[in-house]
Design a protein around this ligand. Structure first.
Ligand SMILES: Cc1cc2nc3c(=O)[nH]c(=O)nc-3n(C[C@H](O)[C@H](O)[C@H](O)COP(=O)(O)OP(=O)(O)OC[C@H]3O[C@@H](n4cnc5c(N)ncnc54)[C@H](O)[C@@H]3O)c2cc1C
Length: 412
C-alpha cells in the first residue's frame, strides 16, 4: 500500500511538530516555509513551555482594567486607535467568550491539551538531542504588591487543586536568595515548578526540524500562498519544483487566515503583537521572571537576557511602536542592571489568538484533504508538540488522546 502524503505549510513550532508526528506515523511529508524553520513567532517568544498555563488569557471585563487599557495606562495591553476597526469584530467575540461561564468551559478544554505539553516536548527533545537547550526548573512570577501576590496565590491554589499544577510561594527574601541580583524588598513571587524553559526557542524548533529530516521528511522553501487544489489532492510550486500530496496542513501561525481566505474561510484572529529585545553586559537571571504589573517577561537566553513585551492590538502592516517594551525596560532596570541593548530595532511578531482562546485543529469543512493547526495564541511554543500529535492522530484515523471537539474548525 502506498504511503499517505502531506504538505505541511509553516515551519514554526506548530508546523514542525505536526510534520514530525505525521512522519512518525508513516506519512510521506514535505514541510514548506519561506524561511528557515523557527524564525518567526516561534523564534521571538520567551521560551517558556508553560505547562502551568491552564487558563488562557481572558479579556479583562472589569471597569478598572477597561479604564486602564482605554487610557493607555496598562502596559500589558495597548491598542492603536487607527487599527481598532480591524479588530472590532474579533474583539467583541473575545469579550463574549471571556464571560466567566464560557471561560470556564474554555479553560477545561485548554487544560486538557496543555496537560500533554511537557510530555510531548520531552519525546522530541530526547530524539532531537536538544536537552542542552532546556531547563526543568520552572519560572517565577514576580509581584510588586502584597494584595496582587495574595490574589495570584489564591488562583494558583485553585489551579493546583483542580489541575495539579505545582508551585511555591517565595517571600521577597527567598526571591532575592534565588536571584541574588534582585532587590530584597519585593513582596514575593510565585515559582511555577512544572514549566520548562528554553535558552534558544528558534534553536529548539530548528533541532526538531533536523529530527524531521533525519526521520525521512523533506524540508523545502516556498510560498504557501501558491497552494492549489487538484483532482487528487494539493499541489505547490516550491524552490525545488512542484510538489503534490493528498493532504495539506495549514500551520502558518498568524498568517493562516490570510491563506484560508483564498479558499473562502473567514477565520477571526485577535492579533496580539509582542516585541522583544536582548541585553548584554549587565547581570542576568537564573530563571525567567515575569512581571505582570508591567506585562513583560525577562528570559535568560544563551548569550543575553531577552525582554518580551505584552500585547499590542495593531494591524499586521502597522510600523513598530515598541512603547510597551520601552516602559518594560525602564522598570526592569529598577530591578537589575540590564547592561546595553543588543538590537537598535526590537523584534516584533504576532501571537495568533482566536476569539475563544482555543487553537483551530482539524479538517477544513469544505475542502477534501485540507487540515488546519493554528491559533495557539500566547502558548504556541508550549502547545505545538501536543496539538501536532492531535492533528496527526485525526489525519491518520487514530483515536485521539485528547477530545478534539473544542478545537474543531467549524466552530467559526
Ligand atoms: C513576545 C511573545 C512572547 C511569547 N512567549 C511565549 C512563551 O513563553 N511560551 C509559549 O508557549 N508561547 C509564547 N508565545 C506565543 C508563541 O510564540 C506562538 O504561539 C507560537 O510561536 C506560534 O507558532 P506557530 O508555529 O503557529 O507560528 P510561527 O512560529 O509564526 O510559524 C509560522 C510559519 O509560517 C511561515 N509562513 C508564513 N507565511 C508563509 C507563506 N506565505 N509561505 C511560506 N511560509 C509562510 C513563517 O515563515 C513561519 O515560519 C509568545 C509570543 C510572543 C509574540
Amino acid at each position: 500500500m502506498s504511503r499517505q502524503s502531506a504538505i505541511v505549510l509553516g515551519a514554526g513550532m506548530v508546523g514542525v511538530a505536526s510534520a514530525l508526528h505525521l512522519v512518525r506515523r508513516g506519512w510521506s511529508v514535505v514541510l514548506v516555509d519561506r524561511r528557515e524553520p523557527g524564525r518567526e513567532t516561534s523564534y521571538g517568544n520567551a521560551g517558556i513551555i508553560q505547562s502551568e498555563a491552564v487558563r488562557p488569557y481572558a479579556m479583562p471585563r472589569d471597569l478598572d482594567s477597561f479604564v486602564r487599557i482605554a487610557t493607555g495606562r496598562a502596559n500589558e495591553v495597548r491598542y492603536r486607535l487607527m487599527s481598532l476597526p480591524h479588530h472590532v469584530g474579533p474583539l467583541l467575540r473575545y469579550w463574549w467568550h471571556s464571560a466567566p461561564a464560557r471561560h470556564r468551559r474554555i479553560t477545561l478544554a485548554y487544560a486538557a491539551i496543555i496537560a500533554h505539553a511537557t510530555s510531548e516536548h520531552d519525546v522530541l527533545i530526547r530524539d532531537a538531542d536538544a536537552g542542552a537547550l532546556v531547563r526543568h526548573d520552572g519560572y517565577r512570577l514576580l509581584h510588586r504588591d502584597r494584595a496582587a501576590l495574595d490574589e495570584a496565590v489564591a488562583i494558583a491554589e485553585a489551579n493546583r487543586r483542580e489541575f495539579g499544577v505545582q508551585f511555591r510561594v517565595l517571600t521577597g527574601r527567598e526571591l532575592a536568595k534565588a536571584e541574588p541580583i534582585l532587590k530584597d524588598d519585593l513582596p514575593g513571587a510565585i515559582h511555577w515548578l512544572d514549566p520548562w524553559t528554553v535558552s534558544d526557542p528558534g534553536g529548539l524548533v530548528a533541532a526538531y526540524a533536523n529530527l524531521f529530516c533525519r526521520l525521512g521528511g523533506t524540508l523545502l522553501r516556498g510560498d504557501a500562498q501558491a497552494l492549489t487544489q487538484t483532482s487528487s489532492g494539493w499541489t505547490l510550486a516550491t524552490e525545488a519544483g512542484r510538489i503534490d500530496a493528498e493532504a495539506a496542513v495549514v500551520a502558518l501561525g498568524p498568517w493562516s487566515p490570510d491563506l484560508l481566505r483564498r479558499f473562502g474561510y473567514g477565520f477571526p484572529l485577535v492579533r496580539k503583537r509582542g516585541y522583544h529585545r536582548h541585553y548584554r553586559g549587565g547581570r542576568t537571571l537564573d530563571l525567567p521572571l515575569v512581571d505582570p504589573t508591567f506585562g513583560y517577561a525577562m528570559a535568560p537566553m544563551a548569550d543575553s537576557l531577552r525582554i518580551t513585551s505584552g500585547a499590542e492590538l495593531t494591524s499586521p502592516e502597522a510600523a513598530p511602536t515598541p512603547v510597551q517594551l520601552t516602559r518594560a525596560e525602564a522598570v526592569a532596570r529598577e530591578l537589575l542592571d540590564l547592561g546595553t541593548a543588543v538590537e537598535t530595532t526590537p523584534w516584533c511578531g504576532t501571537r495568533p489568538c482566536t476569539p475563544d482562546m482555543l487553537p483551530v485543529i482539524g479538517r477544513a469543512t469544505r475542502h477534501r484533504g485540507l487540515w488546519l493547526n493554528f491559533g495557539h495564541g500566547h502558548q504556541g511554543f508550549t502547545l505545538g508538540p501536543a496539538t501536532g500529535r492531535l492533528l496527526s492522530e485525526l489525519m491518520s484515523g487514530e483515536a485521539p488522546a485528547v477530545d478534539p471537539s473544542p478545537y474543531r474548525p467549524d466552530r467559526f
